[in-house]
Structures are given as C-alpha cells and as structure tokens.
Design a protein around this ligand. Structure first.
Ligand code: GRF
Length: 233
C-alpha cells in the first residue's frame, strides 16, 4: 500500500467513499452498509463484494442490491483453490474496482503479508473481541470461559500479523451470567451493526486517518485510539 493511497483516504470530501467488502458468510454487516448506502445515511459506494465461499448468503444480499460480486471459492469444482490463486484473482479484482477502503466483514481466510502489503487501498477488519484480547477463533466461548465481565468487537487495520493491526474502534458490552457463546455472538453482532457504519463515518470525516496508525494517535487534540462505544443490549 503506497503512502499516496493511505493519504487519499483522509482527502475524501464530496465524493462517496468507494468500498470493497470481503465476506465468507451471512453478510449481516454487509447488509448494514448496503442499507446505509441506499438510505443515503453514509456517503459510501460499495463497488464490489468478494466471497471465498459460493454458499455465502452475503452473495445474495450483494446481488439483490445490484453490487458486482466475485466468487473466488476455495472449493472451486471440488478442488481447493490455494491462497496464492485466491489472492491473485482478488488482487486483480480489487485493482479493477479501485476502492478507497477494503473492509473484511466476516472474511474467514488468512491473507498473506505480501497480499496485505500490496492492496490498492487500506484494509480494515471486524473482529468479534476486544483486541488485543482473544485474537483468532472462538472468541465468545473463550471470553466466557475466562470469566470476562466485558466483551465486544473491534475494528482494526489489517496487517500481516493476524488480528494485530492498530485498533481503531471498539464496541463493548457487559457479559451476563446467563450468556452462552451463542447469545454473546448475537449480542456482539448487534453492536457490530452500529460499530461498522460509525467507524466508516469517522474515516470519511477524517476523524480517523489511516495514515497515522504507526503512532496510534490522531493528533494532539484527539483522544488516543481506539474510540469506544458502549451500549447496553
Ligand atoms: C462478525 O461477527 C465478525 O465479527 C466476524 O464474522 C462475523 C460476520 O458476520 N469476523 P456477518 O457475515 O457480517 O453476518
């Protein structure tokens, strides 16, 4: 990712932010962005969706909204598409769409450092835990087992190290005694549906400038990242 790309994201003014979304599953977060775009609530244009699973419901959501979809299934014709092949196709597709921002919303493949370093736009990921705690999978179950009182979701910059890039925003909730992994997942997902559009708005408005992640500070006048959202649900 060049410096020019990083800088360009804070220069967006009247033109909608061009967003590409990578998905693997239900796509409820994609739907929130589609709804916000269609309602004119967020100045964004979803220029394309890439799915690595051909059975992802997110594909239907994108197609229903008239958004171009590239299905790069990792089990194409019964034969597993290697990550390198996936990345070659994904890279070409992203370059063609020319996004300002790439959003991983429930995308379940681990991407290589070479791919991440060369994306045509900054890339952010939605992770269902309060990073840096609980990187990786089964976050809700692990949080319950550890007796956590607080849990939630984070949006972070994607870097070569898994779930380790600078955290931009977080949504928090209190873990109830009766919570199961399933109930926590549902409650966290409700938060994510607010966190994702809110974070993108902060990027569009230039409150979060992705070029300043190295220091993890916005400016002398703004609080240190991550910005936190606390909802009762
Ligand atoms: C979200 O909970 C996200 O945190 C995780 O995958 C889920 C995607 O949900 N990475 P959806 O496909 O947007 O419904």
């Amino acid at each position: 990712m060049s410096d020019d790309n990083l800088k360009s994201i804070s220069k967006i003014s009247t033109k909608p932010l061009r967003i590409a979304v990578l998905v693997s599953g239900s796509g409820s977060n994609l739907q929130v962005l589609i709804d916000a775009m269609q309602a004119g609530a967020l100045p964004i244009e979803i220029v394309g969706v890439i799915s690595n699973r051909e059975d992802a419901y997110a594909i239907t959501r994108a197609k229903d909204a008239g958004i171009p979809v590239a299905v790069l299934s990792h089990v194409a014709s019964g034969k597993r598409m290697g990550i390198k092949t996936f990345e070659t196709h994904a890279s070409a597709q992203l370059t063609a769409w020319q996004p300002d921002l790439i959003v991983l919303a429930g995308f379940m493949r681990v991407l290589s450092g070479a791919f991440i370093d060369n994306t045509p736009a900054p890339m952010i990921n939605l992770h269902p835990a309060l990073l840096p705690a609980y990187k990786g999978l089964d976050t809700h179950q692990r949080a319950i087992q550890a007796g956590e009182r607080l849990h939630g979701s984070s949006i972070h910059v994607v870097t070569a190290e898994l779930d380790a890039g600078a955290v931009l925003t977080q949504a928090l909730l209190q873990v109830n005694q009766k919570d199961t992994a399933e109930s926590l997942q549902a409650r966290v997902q409700k938060l994510e549906h607010q966190l994702l559009p809110w974070t993108i708005l902060l990027i569009v408005k230039g409150v979060i400038t992705l070029s300043s992640q190295a220091s993890n500070h916005q400016s002398a006048y703004l609080p240190t990242l991550p910005f936190k959202l606390f909802f009762e649900n």
